[in-house]
Design a protein around this ligand. Sequence first.
Ligand code: ADP
Ligand code: MG
Length: 416
Amino acid sequence: HDCSTMDLLAHLDRCFGFQSFRHGQREACESIVAGKDTIVLMPTGAGKSLCYQLPGILRDGVTLVVSPLISLAKDQAEHLKKAGQPTVVLNSTRTKKQIESARSKIAAGKVKFVLTTPERLQKTDICELLAGVGVGLMVVDEAHCVSQWGHDFRPDYLCLPSIRERLGNPPLAALTATASERTLDEVRCSLRLNDPTIVRTGIDRPNLRIEVVRCYSAEDKLKQLHRALEIEGMLERTEPAIVYCGTTKTADQLAKSFGGLCYHGKMRKADRAAAQEEFMNGRPSVMFATNAFGLGIDKHDLRQVIHVELPGSLESYYQEMGRAGRDGKRSRCTLLYDPSDVDLRKMFAGGMMAASKIMTAHHTLVRGVHELGEDGEVALSKLAPISPLGRVTLKNCFQLLSSRGIVAPAGRGRWR
Ligand code: ADP
Ligand code: MG
């Protein structure tokens, strides 16, 4: 499977119509095509899927892709089908008949990509079926789900090494956006990778600009929200944006007064699905949502993510704002901050301990963002390293910020 760089470029253009590789993609493709175990660490939106899709086309046999969320798999399947690749998605929502037809296509060697979840691989005999036709590459997407210390731990990911064995030990490519050393070690060990190539680009998202806008009253905040949405014509519905709200009530109210879409956990399932569909595939619009909107939302051309209330932690802030600009174009992340919001959150906490922890996290978040951006605009590279530390505590956040010279030790007193 020697494939020169020129060949790869030609295949890239032929299969996907892309003229050039993005940072890290060529290196990842070369390693995976050559059959080496590979870990790809790239930020969200950097183009990790391509790193397995191109090699999968070039290698013999079926490429098996394991995904934690079937919505993520569906998105990738669309991309593969557009590139003319016979692809099936196996999940529990398929009817018996659909599964049967997919199985016979696989058995007949008519399928190149199979996308599924680890649960599915364990509960069915799909593994044996695949072993019969020959798997040329196994891909583990969102590989950090194997980390027992992380937020997204999925116990079923731990069975992937034995599944790989049952498939006759094909080369494995692990993809993730979580870039801490600890996660990397866990991915390498738990997936039992064999001297893997590690392709790691920075976690910077240079096209994202973070802005914190200090607001002085509810009225002022509305004004600032209006201003933020006027940028790039979001109010005129020429560019899509998400406005994250702290409560379902705020989401309802703002959606109504701004005439946008709404999404939260208290809506009827059908209404929620309709709003999501409209946002993903309709005219550009503004989605007013709680954090219920997000997991698996993969819209590439989001130009702005606005938080009208503080997110629960620095981690969730990083994740939520990270949904902007996945296509690499310049996008904005705006946090509308009014210190009195912290009291609102406190009510949810139910208990002194929890309340004080949440307040601490919020102060840390806001101070962190403030300290980072003197002019209100900072590159995410400065904020992002805080995130992989896991849960934000006063201590680790302060240590990190001060070790980077972002907050002066003199500020220590205020971080109590
Ligand atoms: P990730 O999984 O890293 O978050 P994706 O694989 O979903 O990111 O890719 C994000 C977007 O970038 C997709 O729309 C994809 O088509 C696009 N993309 C990937 N590689 C290239 C490339 N070399 N040239 C142009 N667009 C690309
Ligand atoms: Mg991805």
